[in-house]
Design a protein around this ligand. Structure first.
Ligand code: 5RP
Length: 262
């Protein structure tokens, strides 16, 4: 890995722990102003000190994040779809590499839709971004998106998606947790992080999810709703950090969460 790429990766995945807690707030690019993310600036302000990187689009970055803050940016560069449109998988590159460099992104994120009618388009676009990323030293995070078909989140499917993303050159992959997650990790030679998915019933459930993923080989989380939709969002991100960076048990994390109850 060239120096620039390596340096950017080291801002995203802690060289001390080898792990990462990223805060995903990119949901509006196809979902609009969803609950607790109506005013992104307000939601993320208290969370920024506890996140290793912020994943978002250029519009929210420019309008809602103070450029003086030292938080690394994972810039979502795919889009072109919406929750009310005909196909969620119909995504393409909508933010250029030049723009990512201008915004001082530490990485770019792009969704691939394996098994959909737009599989080919998204995989070819991923390859194009990896080529450009190599040229400028910008890592590419491939997101194994499932669109509306959440039932697709099984081991075989996710192992297939993650491996394809790594084969096409992504420097890191974001996927979902599943049963036998260790098989997904085993088949993917680049760092894997998990999304949280829709808000789980309890905070305890989300912490258990993070712990299981870490135990089975994930390098961290790129979590959104299970953090910022929690009534104790700061407590949640701190509890997640304890699991990811300090190898804490779920019980220890829950104890911290309760202590920090607002
Ligand atoms: C959408 C994304 C989101 O950033 C991702 O799903 C993470 O957020 P959450 O933990 O809320 O699922 O990549 O494609």
């Amino acid at each position: 890995m060239d120096w620039g790429m390596k340096n950017r990766m080291s801002r995203l995945i802690s060289p001390e722990t080898g792990r990462a807690v990223w805060l995903a707030i990119d949901h509006g690019y196809f979902l609009g102003p969803l609950t607790k993310l109506e005013e992104p600036a307000k939601t993320i302000k208290p969370l920024i000190p506890f996140t290793d990187a912020l994943m978002l689009t250029r519009g929210i970055l420019r309008n809602c994040v103070d450029a003086n803050l030292p938080v690394p940016i994972i810039l979502r560069v795919s889009g072109g779809n919406s929750i009310v449109g005909p196909a969620l998988s119909n995504e393409d590159i909508q933010t250029s590499m030049e723009e990512a460099i201008r915004l001082n992104a530490s990485a770019i994120a792009f969704s691939i839709y394996v098994g959909t009618e737009h599989e080919h388009k998204t995989l070819i676009a991923l390859g194009k971004l990896v080529d450009e990323g190599q040229r400028y030293g910008i890592p590419v995070l491939a997101v194994t998106a499932v669109g509306k078909e959440l039932e697709k989140r099984d081991t075989r499917y996710l192992a297939l998606c993650c491996r394809i993303a790594a084969e096409l050159g992504a420097q890191a992959v974001k996927t979902y947790y599943c049963e036998e997650f260790e098989k997904v990790v085993k088949g993917c030679p680049v760092p894997l992080v998990i999304a949280g998915g829709p808000k789980l019933k309890t905070e305890h459930d989300a912490l258990r999810l993070a712990k299981s993923a870490i135990k089975k080989g994930a390098k961290g989380v790129d979590m959104g709703r299970n953090i910022w939709q929690s009534p104790n969002a700061v407590g949640m991100i701190k509890a997640i950090r304890k699991i990811v960076h300090e190898n804490a048990s779920v019980e220890e994390a829950v104890k911290l969460l309760k202590k920090l109850k607002t």
